[in-house]
Design a protein around this ligand. Structure first.
Ligand SMILES: NC(=O)c1ccc[n+]([C@@H]2O[C@H](COP(=O)([O-])OP(=O)(O)OC[C@H]3O[C@@H](n4cnc5c(N)ncnc54)[C@H](OP(=O)(O)O)[C@@H]3O)[C@@H](O)[C@H]2O)c1
Length: 318
Protein backbone atom coordinates (compact mmCIF):
# COMPACT_ATOMS: atom_id res chain seq x y z
CA UNK A 1 0.00 0.00 0.00
CA UNK A 2 1.30 3.43 -0.92
CA UNK A 3 1.23 5.87 2.00
CA UNK A 4 1.12 9.64 1.61
CA UNK A 5 2.27 12.00 4.34
CA UNK A 6 -0.07 14.98 4.37
CA UNK A 7 1.71 18.05 5.69
CA UNK A 8 4.29 18.39 8.43
CA UNK A 9 2.05 17.52 11.36
CA UNK A 10 2.29 13.75 10.94
CA UNK A 11 -0.93 12.76 9.20
CA UNK A 12 -0.38 9.66 7.05
CA UNK A 13 -3.04 8.25 4.74
CA UNK A 14 -3.27 5.64 1.99
CA UNK A 15 -2.69 7.22 -1.43
CA UNK A 16 -6.09 5.98 -2.54
CA UNK A 17 -8.91 6.94 -0.21
CA UNK A 18 -12.67 6.70 -0.59
CA UNK A 19 -14.95 9.59 -1.49
CA UNK A 20 -18.29 8.89 0.14
CA UNK A 21 -20.38 11.76 -1.26
CA UNK A 22 -22.13 9.75 -3.98
CA UNK A 23 -23.39 7.28 -1.37
CA UNK A 24 -25.89 9.93 -0.23
CA UNK A 25 -26.39 12.60 -2.88
CA UNK A 26 -25.53 14.11 -6.27
CA UNK A 27 -24.83 11.06 -8.45
CA UNK A 28 -28.17 9.27 -8.60
CA UNK A 29 -29.91 6.71 -6.42
CA UNK A 30 -28.01 5.14 -3.57
CA UNK A 31 -28.73 2.41 -1.06
CA UNK A 32 -27.50 2.66 2.53
CA UNK A 33 -27.42 -1.12 3.03
CA UNK A 34 -25.14 -1.53 0.01
CA UNK A 35 -23.04 1.47 1.04
CA UNK A 36 -22.51 0.03 4.52
CA UNK A 37 -21.34 -3.24 2.95
CA UNK A 38 -18.97 -1.30 0.72
CA UNK A 39 -17.57 0.60 3.70
CA UNK A 40 -16.97 -2.76 5.46
CA UNK A 41 -15.09 -3.97 2.42
CA UNK A 42 -13.09 -0.76 2.21
CA UNK A 43 -11.86 -1.28 5.78
CA UNK A 44 -10.99 -4.89 5.00
CA UNK A 45 -8.78 -4.00 2.03
CA UNK A 46 -7.14 -1.05 3.83
CA UNK A 47 -8.92 1.77 1.99
CA UNK A 48 -9.60 3.58 5.24
CA UNK A 49 -9.17 7.26 4.37
CA UNK A 50 -12.81 8.31 4.07
CA UNK A 51 -14.03 11.63 2.85
CA UNK A 52 -17.38 13.20 3.71
CA UNK A 53 -18.90 16.59 4.53
CA UNK A 54 -21.75 17.82 6.66
CA UNK A 55 -23.42 19.11 3.49
CA UNK A 56 -23.56 15.76 1.64
CA UNK A 57 -27.11 14.51 1.88
CA UNK A 58 -27.36 17.04 3.50
CA UNK A 59 -26.22 15.54 6.79
CA UNK A 60 -27.11 11.91 5.93
CA UNK A 61 -23.66 11.04 4.55
CA UNK A 62 -22.08 11.74 7.94
CA UNK A 63 -24.83 9.69 9.61
CA UNK A 64 -24.09 6.80 7.25
CA UNK A 65 -20.39 6.93 8.08
CA UNK A 66 -21.29 7.17 11.77
CA UNK A 67 -23.04 3.79 11.45
CA UNK A 68 -20.11 2.29 9.57
CA UNK A 69 -17.68 3.45 12.25
CA UNK A 70 -19.48 1.92 15.20
CA UNK A 71 -17.09 -0.15 17.35
CA UNK A 72 -14.11 0.38 15.03
CA UNK A 73 -13.53 4.10 14.97
CA UNK A 74 -9.77 3.57 15.22
CA UNK A 75 -9.71 1.67 11.90
CA UNK A 76 -10.60 4.75 9.86
CA UNK A 77 -8.93 8.05 9.04
CA UNK A 78 -12.00 10.22 8.89
CA UNK A 79 -12.13 13.51 7.00
CA UNK A 80 -15.14 15.79 7.02
CA UNK A 81 -15.89 19.42 6.18
CA UNK A 82 -17.93 22.42 7.26
CA UNK A 83 -18.67 25.78 5.73
CA UNK A 84 -21.30 25.24 3.04
CA UNK A 85 -24.57 25.74 4.89
CA UNK A 86 -27.60 23.69 3.95
CA UNK A 87 -31.07 23.32 5.37
CA UNK A 88 -32.61 20.01 6.40
CA UNK A 89 -34.73 20.29 3.23
CA UNK A 90 -31.58 20.52 1.08
CA UNK A 91 -31.72 24.31 0.60
CA UNK A 92 -28.41 26.07 -0.06
CA UNK A 93 -27.82 28.73 2.60
CA UNK A 94 -24.44 30.22 1.70
CA UNK A 95 -21.05 29.90 3.39
CA UNK A 96 -19.98 30.40 6.95
CA UNK A 97 -16.55 30.49 8.52
CA UNK A 98 -17.42 32.44 11.65
CA UNK A 99 -15.79 31.04 14.80
CA UNK A 100 -19.17 30.34 16.44
CA UNK A 101 -20.35 28.50 13.33
CA UNK A 102 -17.14 26.43 13.08
CA UNK A 103 -17.54 25.18 16.64
CA UNK A 104 -21.26 24.43 16.33
CA UNK A 105 -20.72 22.68 12.97
CA UNK A 106 -17.97 20.51 14.45
CA UNK A 107 -20.13 19.44 17.40
CA UNK A 108 -22.99 18.60 15.06
CA UNK A 109 -20.67 16.56 12.80
CA UNK A 110 -19.22 14.65 15.77
CA UNK A 111 -22.73 13.71 16.85
CA UNK A 112 -23.76 12.50 13.40
CA UNK A 113 -20.47 10.67 12.92
CA UNK A 114 -20.94 8.94 16.26
CA UNK A 115 -17.41 9.81 17.36
CA UNK A 116 -15.54 12.20 19.62
CA UNK A 117 -12.85 13.19 17.14
CA UNK A 118 -12.37 14.00 13.46
CA UNK A 119 -8.99 13.12 11.96
CA UNK A 120 -8.97 15.80 9.27
CA UNK A 121 -11.37 18.73 9.42
CA UNK A 122 -11.60 20.92 6.32
CA UNK A 123 -13.18 24.27 5.68
CA UNK A 124 -15.18 23.30 2.59
CA UNK A 125 -15.14 26.77 0.96
CA UNK A 126 -13.80 30.10 2.19
CA UNK A 127 -16.31 32.56 3.61
CA UNK A 128 -15.77 35.89 1.80
CA UNK A 129 -17.08 37.76 4.85
CA UNK A 130 -14.77 36.24 7.46
CA UNK A 131 -10.97 36.63 7.37
CA UNK A 132 -9.48 33.17 7.00
CA UNK A 133 -7.28 33.73 10.07
CA UNK A 134 -10.41 33.92 12.25
CA UNK A 135 -11.79 30.67 10.87
CA UNK A 136 -8.45 28.93 11.28
CA UNK A 137 -8.16 30.29 14.82
CA UNK A 138 -11.43 28.57 15.68
CA UNK A 139 -10.28 25.34 13.98
CA UNK A 140 -7.05 25.45 15.99
CA UNK A 141 -9.14 25.64 19.16
CA UNK A 142 -10.90 22.46 18.06
CA UNK A 143 -7.50 20.77 17.83
CA UNK A 144 -6.62 22.01 21.31
CA UNK A 145 -9.94 20.67 22.59
CA UNK A 146 -9.13 17.22 21.14
CA UNK A 147 -12.10 17.25 18.78
CA UNK A 148 -9.98 17.48 15.63
CA UNK A 149 -6.52 16.03 14.91
CA UNK A 150 -5.48 17.89 11.74
CA UNK A 151 -6.91 20.75 9.74
CA UNK A 152 -7.36 21.33 6.03
CA UNK A 153 -8.90 23.63 3.47
CA UNK A 154 -10.73 23.10 0.20
CA UNK A 155 -10.70 25.26 -2.93
CA UNK A 156 -8.83 28.27 -1.51
CA UNK A 157 -6.49 30.66 -3.29
CA UNK A 158 -2.71 30.44 -2.88
CA UNK A 159 -2.86 33.69 -0.85
CA UNK A 160 -5.51 32.40 1.56
CA UNK A 161 -3.65 29.13 1.93
CA UNK A 162 -0.51 30.97 2.97
CA UNK A 163 -2.35 33.22 5.43
CA UNK A 164 -4.11 30.20 6.91
CA UNK A 165 -0.88 28.23 7.24
CA UNK A 166 0.78 31.13 9.05
CA UNK A 167 -2.09 31.07 11.57
CA UNK A 168 -1.99 27.32 12.22
CA UNK A 169 -0.23 24.51 10.28
CA UNK A 170 -2.47 23.20 7.52
CA UNK A 171 -2.08 19.48 6.77
CA UNK A 172 -4.00 19.23 3.52
CA UNK A 173 -5.54 21.19 0.71
CA UNK A 174 -8.38 19.36 -0.99
CA UNK A 175 -9.12 20.58 -4.51
CA UNK A 176 -10.17 19.12 -7.84
CA UNK A 177 -7.30 17.65 -9.82
CA UNK A 178 -7.51 15.19 -12.68
CA UNK A 179 -6.69 14.86 -16.36
CA UNK A 180 -9.49 17.32 -17.19
CA UNK A 181 -8.99 19.71 -14.25
CA UNK A 182 -5.35 20.76 -14.15
CA UNK A 183 -5.58 24.47 -13.29
CA UNK A 184 -4.26 23.94 -9.76
CA UNK A 185 -0.91 22.87 -11.17
CA UNK A 186 -0.14 26.49 -12.13
CA UNK A 187 -0.21 28.32 -8.78
CA UNK A 188 -1.88 26.24 -6.09
CA UNK A 189 0.18 23.07 -6.24
CA UNK A 190 3.52 24.96 -6.21
CA UNK A 191 2.30 26.93 -3.16
CA UNK A 192 1.17 23.74 -1.42
CA UNK A 193 4.65 22.31 -1.99
CA UNK A 194 6.47 25.45 -0.90
CA UNK A 195 4.53 25.35 2.37
CA UNK A 196 4.96 21.59 2.86
CA UNK A 197 1.22 20.91 2.83
CA UNK A 198 -0.31 17.71 1.45
CA UNK A 199 -2.71 17.65 -1.49
CA UNK A 200 -5.93 15.64 -1.64
CA UNK A 201 -7.32 15.38 -5.16
CA UNK A 202 -11.09 15.33 -5.30
CA UNK A 203 -13.12 14.12 -8.29
CA UNK A 204 -9.94 12.38 -9.54
CA UNK A 205 -12.01 10.47 -12.11
CA UNK A 206 -13.61 13.62 -13.46
CA UNK A 207 -16.86 12.82 -11.63
CA UNK A 208 -16.87 9.50 -13.46
CA UNK A 209 -16.29 10.90 -16.96
CA UNK A 210 -12.65 9.82 -17.28
CA UNK A 211 -13.59 6.20 -16.67
CA UNK A 212 -15.33 6.02 -20.04
CA UNK A 213 -18.65 5.09 -18.42
CA UNK A 214 -20.42 8.31 -19.44
CA UNK A 215 -20.79 8.64 -23.21
CA UNK A 216 -24.13 10.44 -23.33
CA UNK A 217 -26.48 12.27 -21.00
CA UNK A 218 -28.77 9.22 -20.88
CA UNK A 219 -25.99 7.37 -19.05
CA UNK A 220 -26.89 9.54 -16.04
CA UNK A 221 -30.06 8.92 -14.04
CA UNK A 222 -32.76 11.60 -13.97
CA UNK A 223 -32.01 13.89 -11.03
CA UNK A 224 -28.24 13.29 -11.18
CA UNK A 225 -26.54 16.59 -10.28
CA UNK A 226 -24.10 16.18 -13.17
CA UNK A 227 -26.92 16.81 -15.65
CA UNK A 228 -26.78 20.45 -14.53
CA UNK A 229 -22.96 20.62 -14.61
CA UNK A 230 -21.53 22.39 -17.70
CA UNK A 231 -19.13 19.54 -18.43
CA UNK A 232 -22.02 17.15 -18.89
CA UNK A 233 -23.98 19.09 -21.51
CA UNK A 234 -24.48 17.14 -24.75
CA UNK A 235 -21.87 19.25 -26.53
CA UNK A 236 -19.34 18.94 -23.70
CA UNK A 237 -19.74 15.18 -23.40
CA UNK A 238 -19.27 14.75 -27.16
CA UNK A 239 -16.18 16.97 -27.28
CA UNK A 240 -14.54 15.75 -24.07
CA UNK A 241 -14.84 12.13 -25.17
CA UNK A 242 -11.59 12.59 -27.11
CA UNK A 243 -9.71 12.94 -23.85
CA UNK A 244 -11.25 9.73 -22.54
CA UNK A 245 -10.27 7.98 -25.78
CA UNK A 246 -6.63 8.90 -25.16
CA UNK A 247 -6.81 7.54 -21.61
CA UNK A 248 -8.53 4.39 -22.87
CA UNK A 249 -5.86 3.90 -25.56
CA UNK A 250 -3.13 3.79 -22.90
CA UNK A 251 -5.30 1.62 -20.67
CA UNK A 252 -5.76 -0.90 -23.50
CA UNK A 253 -2.02 -1.05 -24.14
CA UNK A 254 -1.42 -1.79 -20.45
CA UNK A 255 -4.41 -4.09 -20.04
CA UNK A 256 -5.83 -1.99 -17.21
CA UNK A 257 -8.92 0.23 -17.00
CA UNK A 258 -9.21 3.90 -17.99
CA UNK A 259 -10.06 4.74 -14.36
CA UNK A 260 -6.80 3.11 -13.25
CA UNK A 261 -4.76 5.09 -15.78
CA UNK A 262 -6.44 8.34 -14.63
CA UNK A 263 -5.58 7.55 -10.99
CA UNK A 264 -2.06 6.28 -11.71
CA UNK A 265 -1.32 9.49 -13.67
CA UNK A 266 -2.47 11.55 -10.69
CA UNK A 267 -0.46 9.60 -8.12
CA UNK A 268 2.62 9.87 -10.35
CA UNK A 269 2.42 13.66 -9.88
CA UNK A 270 4.03 13.33 -6.47
CA UNK A 271 4.35 11.53 -3.14
CA UNK A 272 2.45 14.37 -1.49
CA UNK A 273 -0.78 13.67 -3.40
CA UNK A 274 -3.60 11.39 -2.28
CA UNK A 275 -6.71 10.75 -4.36
CA UNK A 276 -10.21 10.12 -3.07
CA UNK A 277 -12.19 8.48 -5.88
CA UNK A 278 -15.85 8.11 -5.05
CA UNK A 279 -17.80 4.94 -5.65
CA UNK A 280 -20.83 2.98 -4.53
CA UNK A 281 -19.65 -0.32 -6.01
CA UNK A 282 -17.32 -3.05 -4.83
CA UNK A 283 -15.96 -3.64 -8.34
CA UNK A 284 -14.91 -0.01 -8.71
CA UNK A 285 -13.54 0.17 -5.16
CA UNK A 286 -11.20 -2.70 -5.98
CA UNK A 287 -10.17 -1.27 -9.37
CA UNK A 288 -9.43 2.09 -7.78
CA UNK A 289 -7.54 0.58 -4.86
CA UNK A 290 -5.41 -1.49 -7.26
CA UNK A 291 -4.50 1.64 -9.25
CA UNK A 292 -1.81 2.51 -6.70
CA UNK A 293 0.17 -0.52 -7.92
CA UNK A 294 0.07 0.53 -11.57
CA UNK A 295 3.24 2.17 -12.76
CA UNK A 296 3.06 4.36 -15.84
CA UNK A 297 6.23 4.68 -17.90
CA UNK A 298 7.76 8.12 -18.45
CA UNK A 299 6.55 7.89 -22.04
CA UNK A 300 2.98 7.18 -20.97
CA UNK A 301 3.02 10.00 -18.42
CA UNK A 302 4.41 12.41 -21.02
CA UNK A 303 1.76 11.36 -23.53
CA UNK A 304 -1.04 11.95 -21.00
CA UNK A 305 0.52 15.20 -19.83
CA UNK A 306 0.91 16.71 -23.26
CA UNK A 307 -2.44 15.50 -24.60
CA UNK A 308 -4.40 16.80 -21.60
CA UNK A 309 -2.44 20.06 -21.52
CA UNK A 310 -3.28 20.97 -25.09
CA UNK A 311 -6.81 19.55 -24.95
CA UNK A 312 -9.53 22.18 -24.77
CA UNK A 313 -12.01 20.84 -22.23
CA UNK A 314 -15.53 22.06 -22.97
CA UNK A 315 -17.47 23.24 -19.90
CA UNK A 316 -16.49 24.89 -16.65
CA UNK A 317 -15.90 22.72 -13.57
CA UNK A 318 -19.05 24.15 -11.96
N1 LIG B 1 -14.03 19.47 -1.64
C1 LIG B 1 -14.98 19.51 -2.54
O1 LIG B 1 -15.51 20.56 -2.87
C2 LIG B 1 -15.42 18.23 -3.21
C3 LIG B 1 -16.17 18.29 -4.39
C4 LIG B 1 -16.54 17.08 -5.00
C5 LIG B 1 -16.17 15.86 -4.44
N2 LIG B 1 -15.46 15.86 -3.27
C6 LIG B 1 -15.05 14.59 -2.65
O2 LIG B 1 -14.30 13.83 -3.59
C7 LIG B 1 -14.86 12.53 -3.71
C8 LIG B 1 -14.64 11.98 -5.11
O3 LIG B 1 -15.12 12.86 -6.09
P1 LIG B 1 -16.40 12.55 -6.99
O4 LIG B 1 -17.19 11.45 -6.38
O5 LIG B 1 -17.01 13.88 -7.24
O6 LIG B 1 -15.81 12.10 -8.40
P2 LIG B 1 -14.88 10.93 -8.92
O7 LIG B 1 -14.27 10.21 -7.80
O8 LIG B 1 -14.04 11.56 -9.93
O9 LIG B 1 -15.94 10.02 -9.69
C9 LIG B 1 -17.00 9.37 -9.05
C10 LIG B 1 -17.86 8.72 -10.11
O10 LIG B 1 -17.09 7.78 -10.83
C11 LIG B 1 -17.67 6.50 -10.80
N3 LIG B 1 -16.57 5.53 -10.63
C12 LIG B 1 -15.74 5.42 -9.57
N4 LIG B 1 -14.80 4.48 -9.80
C13 LIG B 1 -15.06 3.99 -11.03
C14 LIG B 1 -14.43 3.00 -11.82
N5 LIG B 1 -13.36 2.34 -11.38
N6 LIG B 1 -14.95 2.73 -13.06
C15 LIG B 1 -16.04 3.39 -13.52
N7 LIG B 1 -16.66 4.38 -12.80
C16 LIG B 1 -16.18 4.66 -11.57
C17 LIG B 1 -18.62 6.51 -9.64
O11 LIG B 1 -19.69 5.64 -9.91
P3 LIG B 1 -20.52 4.88 -8.76
O12 LIG B 1 -20.85 5.90 -7.72
O13 LIG B 1 -21.70 4.40 -9.50
O14 LIG B 1 -19.69 3.79 -8.21
C18 LIG B 1 -19.06 7.97 -9.60
O15 LIG B 1 -20.12 8.19 -10.49
C19 LIG B 1 -16.33 12.70 -3.33
O16 LIG B 1 -16.92 11.50 -2.93
C20 LIG B 1 -16.22 13.71 -2.22
O17 LIG B 1 -15.92 13.04 -1.00
C21 LIG B 1 -15.06 17.02 -2.68
Amino acid sequence: MKIVKLGQQGLQVPAVGLGCMGMSEFYGQSDDTKSLKLLDEAIEIGCNFWDTSDMYGPFTNEELLGKALANRRDKVILATKFGIKRGQDGAWLGMSGSPEYVKAACDASLKRLNTDYIDLYYQHRPDPNVPIEETIGAMAELVQAGKVRYIGLSEVSAEDLEKAHQTYPISALQTELSLWSRDVEKRILPKVRELGIGFVAYSPLGRGFLTGAIKKRDDLEPGDWRLSNPRFSEEAIANNQKLVEKVQEIANEKDVTASQVALAWLLAKGDDIAAIPGTRRSKYLNFNWAAQEIVLSQKEIAALDSFSQSFKVVGERY
